[in-house]
Structure formats: structure tokens, C-alpha cells
Design a protein around this ligand. Structure first.
Ligand code: ADP
Length: 298
């Protein structure tokens, strides 16, 4: 079970404040935390904790935080040999959250945007030995399209999590086996509000299977294995950060295990739901044993 994630590695700086700052205003934070993030890294850690062999292609800066993030991925047991260290700061997100849970987020792509086609090309050996390749949109679009194209050249299955939503070039659809937008991303990709029609639009563009994640409602699938609406699990949601990332990591693991799509989606729902029961991004990603127990208990 070899999963390759090609994507972003970030550090998130999170301050909690009474109210969000206005232009020119200086506020004192009530608390502060930094935590490892980036959709690529979250999905890689998510899949690894479920028992898969995981490699990552990505980039961090030469700064101390870049080294720390790469080391922490290596400690998870992820192959970090193709995480480049470049002369641009590590990607970060500066987040303020007020007492109502509203937030402001400024993302600096930094090193993530140094991933180019050459780096992907030089990493072809990893693509060749993987069973499934997982992509998101926090690295340059050219690199995403090229990665998907190379993966298809070697007949690998490709999952594209189109987050954060960006317009996709038509070329990429032919390389995508599973595209996994949430409801907002589906609307942004298609300009269509109705979920079923939006999904059909993506199939029309050439994606083979579409999975729309629906938060507490679970997910909706349309593709080669028919249509399925798969309910999520009832939980007490504490923080849904990284729920989508863990869902994608789990989907990759389940597909590698050749589960049929319904079972794969049930498993991914369980992992997404469990992630929502804990605070934080990578800290909230569950391990395989926890997921098994959770599914049995439900
Ligand atoms: P994103 O985090 O990308 O916005 P969603 O909110 O759709 O994505 O969540 C991804 C998946 O996580 C859902 O499809 C579902 O399986 C699970 N999930 C998220 N929130 C909840 C919740 N409150 N209760 C149960 N499952 C949830």
C-alpha cells in the first residue's frame, strides 16, 4: 500500500482574540499556538496514521521551521527524501480566531510555490512505485497538472482534492480518477449551486468519479460505481479543521485496500468524523486502531 502525496507543507500560527482586528488596530491575543499544517502534509500524515506507506513530494524553506516540519513528517514514518529545501521561507498561515469562531487567514505559499515540473520529473521513481497519487491545490497549478499527467503515464490512480478551490485547466480532468470537492468548492469549480448538476458537470469535463464531502451529512458519490449517498457518523464536533484532509487521506488508504466505493466512503467518513471530535489539524488525525474501534462501536 504505497501512497504518494504531492502538495503543501505549512506552519499555522493561530492567535485567539476577543474580536477581529480592524485596519490599523493592534490587539493582544488571548492565546497563541503554532501547529503543523498544509493540506498536503495533513493528508500524508492522515494516510500514514491509518497504516499506509506514505511518501511526500513537496518543499520547505531553509529556515528552522522548515527543518522542524520535515523532521516531524519523517518521525511519522513518511518518506521525506523528495521534500526539497529551498531558499524561500516555509509556507505559513497567519490565523486569528475571535470568540465567535470567526476568523481571518493570510496564507503565504512560500516554499510550496517553488515546486516545479523539474522537481516532479526528478521524482518520477517515487511516482512509479506508488499505487495512488494524492494532489491538492496549494502548490503551483502547473505542477499539479504535470504530476497528474505523469501519474497517469504510469497508470496510477489519481485523487485530486480541489482545495482551496481554483479554476482547473480542462487538461487535468482526463488524468483524474477521483475529484473530492466540498460543497463550496464544487460551486466555485462549476458555478452551479445544485450538487447533482455540479457533479454531472465535472463528470462531463472528464473526471471519472466525483465525491462531494458534505460535512456532518457525509458525502455524495457519482461515478463508475453508480450513485451513493453515504451518511457520516454522529459525533460531537469540536473543531472540523482538517476533516476534509483526513477524509482524503483515508479515501486513498481505502482505495489501496481495494474496498468498494461504498465501504471506502464509509471508512473516510469515520476518519473525517473522528478528526472533527478533536481540536487542531495534524494533532486531531486519528490512528487506524482508533478508527476500527470507532466503527465497531457505532
Ligand atoms: P472540509 O473540511 O474540506 O470543508 P467537510 O466539512 O465536508 O470538508 O468534511 C469532510 C468530511 O469529514 C465529511 O465528508 C464527513 O465525513 C466528515 N465530517 C466533517 N464534519 C463532520 C461532522 N460534524 N460530523 C460528522 N462527520 C463530519
Amino acid at each position: 500500500m504505497e501512497i504518494l502525496v504531492i502538495g503543501s507543507i505549512n506552519i499555522d500560527y493561530v492567535s485567539t482574540v476577543e474580536k477581529l482586528p480592524k485596519k490599523g488596530e493592534t490587539l493582544h491575543a488571548n492565546s497563541f499556538e503554532d501547529s503543523a499544517g498544509g493540506k498536503g502534509a495533513n493528508q500524508a500524515v492522515g494516510a500514514r496514521r491509518l497504516g499506509a506507506n506514505v511518501s511526500m513530494i513537496g518543499a520547505v524553506g531553509k529556515d528552522a521551521i522548515g527543518g522542524r516540519l520535515k523532521d516531524s513528517l519523517a518521525r511519522e514514518g513518511i518518506d521525506v527524501s523528495r521534500i526539497n529545501t529551498v531558499d524561500v521561507p516555509t509556507g505559513n498561515a497567519i490565523i486569528t480566531v475571535d470568540k465567535n469562531g470567526d476568523n481571518t487567514i493570510v496564507v503565504y505559499s512560500g516554499a510550496n510555490f517553488e515546486i516545479d515540473n523539474k522537481w516532479i520529473e526528478d521524482s518520477e521513481e517515487l511516482i512509479k512505485k506508488s499505487d495512488i497519487v494524492v494532489l491538492q491545490l496549494e502548490i503551483p497549478m502547473d505542477a499539479v497538472v504535470y504530476s497528474a499527467k505523469v501519474a497517469k503515464k504510469y497508470n496510477k490512480r489519481v485523487i485530486l482534492n480541489p482545495a482551496p478551490a481554483k479554476e482547473l485547466p480542462q487538461e487535468i480532468y482526463q488524468y483524474i480518477d477521483y475529484i473530492t470537492p466540498n460543497e463550496t468548492e464544487l460551486q466555485e469549480l462549476t458555478s452551479i449551486e445544485n450538487i447533482e448538476l455540479g457533479v454531472k458537470e465535472l463528470l462531463g469535463r472528464g473526471a471519472k468519479n466525483v465525491i462531494v464531502t458534505l460535512g456532518e451529512k457525509g458525502c455524495y458519490y457519482l461515478g463508475e460505481e453508480g450513485t451513493h449517498v453515504v451518511d457520516s457518523f454522529k459525533i460531537n464536533a469540536v473543531d472540523t479543521t482538517a476533516a476534509g484532509d483526513s477524509f482524503n487521506g483515508a479515501l486513498a488508504v481505502a482505495l489501496c485496500q481495494n474496498k468498494d466505493i461504498k465501504d471506502a466512503l464509509r471508512y473516510a467518513n469515520a476518519v473525517g468524523a473522528l478528526t472533527a471530535t478533536k481540536k487542531g489539524a495534524q494533532t486531531s488525525l486519528p490512528y487506524g486502531k482508533e478508527v476500527e474501534k470507532f466503527i465497531i462501536m457505532k
